[in-house]
Design a protein around this ligand. Sequence first.
Ligand code: ZN
Length: 103
Amino acid sequence: MFGVDQCRVCGKPIVVRSPEAVTEQEKAIRNPVVPEKVWRAAGLLTPPTPMQWRKNPADGCCGPCGRRLLREKYKTGLRFWLLLGGMIAVAAVVIAVVKFLPH
Ligand SMILES: [Zn+2]
């Protein structure tokens, strides 16, 4: 079963994490945390459990796929902070310009 004893990205056999893994996976299939379109676009073979989607993308994957998913998650986070930093920089420039404009 993908996400339990098979990697949920490439389908390679993996070690079953815990006896609850099957139950969690079945729950995720019955009641997906994201629409099928979204998890298919993320390159998954089976719907992720809420825990896998939010906290631990490496769960239910083989080593290389887990590392790749973690890296992608990290990159998304980094992009957010860069965007925020860029916005603060622009705001700082605008404030500086407004302050030094002759009144
Ligand atoms: Zn894999």
